[in-house]
Design a protein. Structure first.
Length: 330
């Protein structure tokens, strides 16, 4: 178990990369910080920082430890701040800007915003869509304070909360594609398709690999097709036969149209959605917003097969029964 000074000294030094400024922030001596970091490195069994007379930098092990510890430390701070605010009976006030990346995320965000306004009349909540081609840009630019979007996100300047809900995956294909008549498809089938993807200039590579893989689980290459900037472009490319694309199964309820079919991806991981916010400059309204999302989320999700959390208007069979009925004329 980490001691409090070890945790705070490590995370502060990882941010400042300067022993003097770290000591000032923690109100201890510079030598105390140095001794604490050395003791932590002995416990870890590896150097966490490289340092010389001119600079301090994180090692690979240090970066990994920072990325693992920062979200947990932030959540501890949030929990304490919640308790203090509740104990003082404080009312939230100000403006909170919330982003969402899919309509089903937007539904929950709008419900949470309405509840927050009702409970705290002195606050205002602005909501808006986050474009898939730049999922973290508005958060980093400061034009949104918190957003509900698809995981994974592992960035040193962004704190991620727990997963709010998870969606099974489907493969969106042209209506006349051979896969359109199947009950389900496998990730291995992607090697026999052309994948319509996103332009990834502003998208982390690990996020792309999760949602638009370049290889199947067996290692077969997946042909990469058009790279789109917006969801509407992706719909058009698939509908006109340029390729296929993995999507959340719920997309069928929002985007079904002539020319498109949605087939369950039976062995794909779920699409997990969660809240994230900047590590620095946290909006004071974040805490009450997280509270109302926590309150609403249980009513917006239910446990599905295999333990997945599916929003309540998503059928547990991913819509297969309805497609079968449509094909049989029932």
């Amino acid at each position: 178990m980490l001691e409090r000074l070890e945790l705070e000294a490590f995370l502060t030094l990882a941010e400042e990369l300067h022993f003097g400024r770290t000591a000032e922030r923690l109100h201890v001596t510079k030598s105390r910080i140095s001794q604490t970091i050395k003791r932590l490195e002995r416990r870890v069994g590896a150097a966490l920082f490289t340092r010389n007379s001119r600079s301090v930098a994180l090692t690979d092990v240090g970066r990994r430890l920072r990325d693992d510890l920062s979200p947990a430390y932030e959540r501890i701070g949030l929990g304490l701040a919640r308790a203090i605010a509740a104990g003082r009976g404080e009312r939230a006030r100000g403006v909170l800007r919330v982003g969402w990346s899919a309509p089903w995320c937007g539904n929950l965000v709008v419900r949470a915003a309405d509840l927050l306004r009702a409970r705290h009349p002195d606050c205002e909540v602005e909501t808006g869509e986050i474009q898939l081609c730049d999922p973290l840009g508005r958060l980093r630019a400061g034009t949104v304070d918190v957003q509900l979007t698809a995981f994974p996100v592992v960035e040193p300047d962004i704190v991620t909360g727990r997963s709010v809900f998870a969606e099974p995956r489907a493969l969106m294909v042209p209506a006349d594609h051979p896969f359109a008549m199947r009950e389900s498809v496998s990730l291995e089938d992607l090697a026999d398709c052309v994948l319509v993807t996103l332009a990834d200039a502003h998208v982390p590579r690990y996020w792309m690999d999760r949602h638009f893989p370049r290889r199947t689980p067996a290692g077969r290459p997946i042909p990469q097709g058009p790279a789109t900037n917006y969801w509407s472009e992706l719909l058009v490319h698939v509908a006109t036969g340029a390729g296929v694309s993995p999507v959340a199964a719920r997309a069928e309820r929002f985007h079904a149209r002539p020319g498109l079919a949605f087939v369950p991806l039976r062995d794909a991981p779920t699409v997990d959605y969660g809240l994230m916010w900047p590590a620095a400059g946290r909006n004071p309204l974040l805490l009450p917003f997280l509270d109302v999302v926590d309150e609403l989320a249980p009513s917006a999700v239910r446990s599905g097969p295999g333990g997945a959390n599916w929003p309540c208007d998503c059928p547990p069979d991913g819509g297969r029964a309805q497609r079968s009925a449509d094909r049989s004329g029932e």
